[in-house]
Design a protein around this ligand. Structure first.
Ligand code: DAH
Length: 352
């Protein structure tokens, strides 16, 4: 075989073995079989050869050309298959054309009731405020008329940080900040303060079916001229009927909280036992759901509001208890259990 032809064949085989992509394959094709390719080059100067040699060289060149063409074709197919396999390997393990999984996650029952309450209060003109979980002694106690060494502090032991701050025991801890935030609008522009502030609270407590060290409340305040207990009762009734969507028995009785005067306990008849008494309601048939009252003048004053001109009400709705009652969760500890089997079964009629 002609030396140049066999050198070309060798060169081609070497390069063919090394290629990985379709692009390289095309480059090789052009460089060997193209108009100015190596095979054409090899035939240059053939004019000087004898007829015999020309014939042999021509034949060998054609054989080389068809060998290259066949080899390129086979390589093309091999690369295509490899590429296809690579794409298959990269595909996720599930069938993307299937309809979405039925279990797409669910809201926690407390989130559900929180959003419902927010909807109800928003529709009545309340703003929804966010507040931190770590607060100062002033926010959680002093500004709520609970000075140091006041016996009311005993009811709310909590977790203290080394810097003296604490995990808030009650959403009431945001009251002072809310008064200061909206006081100017109230006094200068006559805009009533109407705000709710849901949040997580903490207490250093032994846990049982109706007590947890971590639970949720939703505080609400309204301050304006001439706000009275009737306003308070109206808003509480509206909220409860919207959230439960059925008649529930409610009772209002006096309750002591240093930041309201007068203060009330708003109880609902226990929906777990129907009022006959169970572990969820401490066997009383009633559940303290929403303590409330008229904001103490001193608390308004500390919030920069003149209690001679303005009055207001405040309430501290137990969101965790509300979720228990609404969804029939008998043990409060289930709500913090993280058990998806238990927590994912609550879907609500209300869009949240
Ligand atoms: N912060 C009180 C608690 O956690 C509940 C409470 C009582 C809030 C009366 C209020 C209120 O706003 O007026 O025990």
């Amino acid at each position: 075989m002609n030396e140049r032809i066999s050198a070309l064949r060798e060169q081609f085989e070497k390069r063919l073995a090394a290629i990985q992509s379709l692009q390289e394959l095309e480059e090789i094709r052009v460089s060997f079989l193209g108009k100015k390719g190596l095979v054409t080059e090899a035939l240059k100067g053939m004019g000087a050869l004898s007829d015999e040699m020309k014939r042999t060289l021509g034949k060998e060149t054609n054989e080389l050309k068809s060998m290259i063409t066949v080899a390129l074709g086979e390589k093309l197919e091999a690369i295509r298959q490899l590429e296809e396999q690579r794409q298959i390997d990269q595909m996720p393990d599930f069938d993307v054309s299937l309809p979405p999984a039925v279990e797409a996650g669910s809201y926690h029952p407390i989130t559900l009731v929180q959003r419902q309450c927010e909807q109800v209060f928003r529709s009545m003109g309340f703003t929804v405020e966010d507040y931190s979980e770590v607060v100062t002694d002033w926010e959680c106690f002093e500004s709520l008329n609970i000075p140091k060494f006041h016996p009311a502090r005993d009811m709310q032991d909590t977790y203290y940080l080394e810097n003296g701050q604490l995990l808030k025991t009650q959403t009431s801890a945001a009251q002072n900040a809310i008064y200061l935030k909206y006081r100017d609008a109230l006094v200068k522009d006559g805009v009533p303060i109407k705000a709710i502030f849901p949040g997580r609270c903490f207490r250093n407590e032994a846990t049982d079916a109706c007590h947890e060290n971590t639970f949720f409340q939703m505080e609400g305040v309204m301050v304006d001229r001439n706000i009275s207990i009737s306003n308070l009762i109206y808003f509480m009734k509206t909220m409860l009927s919207e959230v439960f969507r059925k008649d529930i028995r409610v009772r209002l009785r006096p309750g002591f909280f240093p930041f309201v005067e007068p203060g009330f306990e708003l109880d609902i008849s226990c929906l777990i036992c129907g009022g006959s008494g169970c572990a969820s309601c401490k066997h009383s048939g009633w559940l303290e759901l929403c303590p409330c009252g008229m904001i103490h003048p001193e608390v308004l004053r500390m919030g920069g509001i003149d209690p001679e001109e303005y009055t207001g009400f405040a309430f501290g709705l137990g969101l965790t208890r509300l979720a228990m009652m609404k969804y029939g969760v008998a043990d409060i500890r289930d709500l913090n259990s993280g058990s998806l089997v238990r927590l994912s079964q609550f879907v609500d009629d209300v869009q949240v």
